[in-house]
Write a protein of this length. Structure first.
Length: 400
């Protein structure tokens, strides 16, 4: 009889809702899923009918800023949350003051605290946006690259070189992004809407794509994160992805101005996003505006949920508990039916994994054995209670 490294018995899964299954793991990958497994594991884990899930995925977290809320104060937060987000640009400028204090040491300590908390809640993949500009320099990048290597056996961190203050508005930021990629950053970031003119928005996107193409990196940008229906950088980003044939390699985050677009334009934008195979990552809990999630999902656009912030200048809460994010957004988005809950669950697992370009993900033979045994017997109960998992498994090894 075959021997496995790990066997999880009597698991309920989203993929096999009509029956309990056993999941066998060998060499860090799922080797078998079925009801009558032959053989035993060196470690046996009885799920007792609880829900077993792929690890949670956070496709958007500003990880260099975690736990800085009390350091920076509330003025930026007020501008970001009030007035229909009409002054969110001012909020960003105010929040950037924290970068005067940037130092690899304390950023590393804060980011490690956030990463370990994420692991305890079953979030084993994070796309970490790290400010990379003339103020932040490379302090955050160095901290996150160090943490990524240290915790690589427990959590996968994609480091995004993110020019928060713009490219045209912050001469020299482009070179810092390039240096960050040379140091090992995984993704080229951007925030084109922060620029002062439409021409500068185009230049911002163009420059970041030049770096992405030179170093063969994916692209993740914050677009239209304010209450201005005239902003169109999500469209510009999608058009650039298509032109450069970066299909399936580009993600737009926030895109909050889409909440104010007309129906005909939204329909065209959705078709453009599909042509680019471009994902949207939304964080409705961190601001009063958000993309029309149900509409984009109905049009076949991949939409994921992200944590976005943990106790920083834009949001005072958060702990990288993605079930909590699903719970909060079930209310905000009025997604409260059982089918809606399954969709929300997908938005913190499969949809988010697609947004991050994670391969071999899920509960299927050949997938990475990054799994959770949740303290719940259904998706409904998991989101309702949003408790820590009973077991967290990375590459077949139980780590929490």
């Amino acid at each position: 009889m075959p021997a496995y490294d790990l066997v999880i018995r009597k698991a309920k899964t989203k993929e096999y809702q009509d029956r309990l299954v056993d999941i066998a793991v060998s060499e860090g990958k799922i080797a078998y899923v079925g009801t009558s497994i032959e053989g035993k594991g060196e470690e046996e884990l009885d799920a007792e009918g609880k829900l077993v899930s792929p690890a949670f995925v956070d496709a958007h977290l500003h990880m260099c800023k975690v736990y800085t809320y009390l350091m920076i104060g509330e003025e930026a937060l007020r501008h970001y949350h009030e007035g229909g987000m009409g002054t969110s640009e001012l909020a960003i400028l105010l929040a950037s003051k924290i970068k005067e204090k940037y130092n690899e040491s304390w950023i590393y300590d804060n980011a490690k605290r956030a990463a370990l908390e994420a692991i305890s809640y079953g979030t084993l993949y994070i796309r970490a946006f790290v400010d990379t500009d003339t103020k932040a320099k490379l302090e955050g990048i160095k901290a996150l690259l160090r943490l990524k290597e240290e915790l690589k056996d427990k959590i996968t961190i994609q480091v995004v070189a993110f020019p928060q203050d713009g490219i045209a508005r912050d001469p020299g930021a482009e070179e810092y992004v390039r240096k960050a990629i040379e140091l090992g950053a995984d993704v080229v970031g951007g925030i084109p809407w922060i620029e002062l003119t439409s021409e500068d928005e185009d230049t911002h996107i163009e420059k970041m794509f030049e770096i992405a193409k030179e170093y063969n990196r994916d692209v993740a940008m914050l677009t239209d994160d304010t209450g201005d229906p005239g902003l169109r950088t999500t469209e510009k980003l999608a058009k650039k992805a298509i032109k450069e044939k970066w299909i399936g390699r580009v993600t737009a985050n926030h895109a909050r101005a889409a909440s104010m677009y007309t129906a005909p334009y939204l329909t065209k934008l959705a078709q453009l996003l599909k042509l680019a195979d471009m994902s949207l990552v939304t964080d409705p809990h961190t601001g009063p505006l958000h993309i029309p999630v149900k509409f984009f999902l109905s049009q076949g656009v991949n939409v994921a949920l992200g944590q976005d912030d943990i106790a920083d200048a834009y949001y005072p809460y958060g702990n990288n508990n993605m079930l909590e994010i699903a719970f909060l957004n079930s209310h905000i988005l009025w997604m409260t039916t059982l089918k809606d809950m399954e969709t929300l669950f997908d938005m913190i697992t499969y949809n988010a994994a697609k947004a991050m370009g994670i391969k071999s993900y899920g509960i299927k033979v050949g997938a990475k054995a990054d799994l959770l045994v949740l303290n719940a017997r259904s998706i409904y109960e998991a989101i309702w209670r949003h408790e820590k998992p009973v077991a967290v498994i990375k590459s077949g090894n139980r780590i929490s």
